[in-house]
Design a protein around this ligand. Structure first.
Ligand code: NVA
Length: 323
């Protein structure tokens, strides 16, 4: 794929973007669910809502979002709730005690019950399978707010942030160093849709899903896998890492810490990247593990811009799926 140049001028357009036909009512479980045009649209709309915060202040009046968390969370909760209320809608948040998809209550029952009260659901679920089952049975859109397989809202906010900093996306090289897990999967699918080259360095046995890599390559994605972090970072425009122990892997923390130690993003590793390379992280970070203070606190770090843009891109997602 030659890649897409996200349209810069749309940020300045006087009129709101027309909502793309076909996105309304759909789920967002994976970046793979989105066409390149839809990814481009969401990034542009995210930039518009950021530049013109008042423009959509009443668009979602009368709509209600349910936020389901199987794991406690700060950023996703705050950004989704702010996004929905700033667009005129309402939220109801439900924590780990009450959710328990497939454990406390059958997923199908949750899926048939929620649409009686709300218009859209965002779920942070341990299992992507449960999320897919929820989406299959729910008559309203379901958004993946992080599963063990993908983190699509994060990746969309990340590419919006990269676009802001580099002013284009097609042709950039993103190096991902660490665990080839949920965040890496969404970044790979996103890179494929945006013409970004992605180089992924993981310890052997922690590579991204072979199915994701095969799908991305089949779609024309430039996905390079290695076990050498220096090789992945060489010449990169952006260096990204994620925690070594994800939400469903707490019992493996000690073993993982020793396997992943050579994959720490520190100043020595960053020297391999382009001099103006940015550092990215989905947060929360384990300082001193996957990233050192000197890198995350450096002028090259754009991690708080990423966190900020979660709100704007999530507002764009809500507007698109509820249009
Ligand atoms: N891989 C991490 C991402 C957190 C945003 C996890 O699953 O916990």
């Amino acid at each position: 794929m030659s890649g897409i140049t996200v349209i810069e001028h749309s940020v300045e357009k006087a009129q709101p973007l027309p909502f793309p036909p076909g996105m309304g009512g759909h789920d967002l479980l994976s970046i793979h669910d989105l066409s390149p045009k839809e990814v481009e649209f969401i990034l542009n709309l995210g930039r518009q809502v950021k530049a013109h915060p008042g423009r959509y202040a009443h668009t979602l009046e009368g709509k209600e979002l349910a936020l389901l968390f199987e794991e406690p969370n700060l950023c996703t909760h705050v950004t989704f709730e702010s996004a929905m209320t700033e667009a005129g809608g309402k939220c109801v948040a439900v924590g780990p005690q009450e959710v328990g998809l497939g454990k406390r209550e059958a997923v199908k029952d949750v899926a048939l019950n929620l649409p009686r009260s709300v218009d859209i659901v965002m779920a942070r679920a341990f299992s992507h399978e449960s999320l897919s089952e929820l989406a299959e049975h729910a008559s309203i859109p379901v958004i993946n707010g992080l599963s063990d397989f993908e983190h699509p809202c994060q990746a969309l906010g990340d590419y919006m942030t990269l676009l802001e900093h580099k002013e284009h996306l097609a042709g950039l090289t993103l190096a991902f160093v660490g665990d080839g897990n949920n965040v890496a999967h969404s970044l790979i699918y996103g890179a494929t849709r945006l013409g970004v080259r992605i180089k992924v360095a993981t310890p052997p046995g922690h590579e991204p899903s072979a199915a994701v890599v095969a799908e991305a390559r089949f779609e024309g994605g430039d996905v390079y896998l290695t076990d050498d972090p220096g090789e992945a970072v060489a010449g990169a425009d952006a260096v990204y890492t994620d925690v070594w122990t994800s939400m469903d892997q707490k019992a493996e923390a000690e073993a993982r810490a020793s396997v992943f130690r050579p994959y720490q993003v520190n100043a020595a590793l960053m020297k391999n990247a382009k001099p103006d390379a940015v550092f990215m992280h989905c947060l929360p970070a384990r300082r001193g593990q996957e990233v050192t203070d000197e890198v995350i606190d450096s002028v090259h770090s754009i991690v708080y811009d990423q966190a900020d843009n979660r709100l704007h891109v999530e507002k764009a997602i809500l507007l698109s799926l509820l249009s």
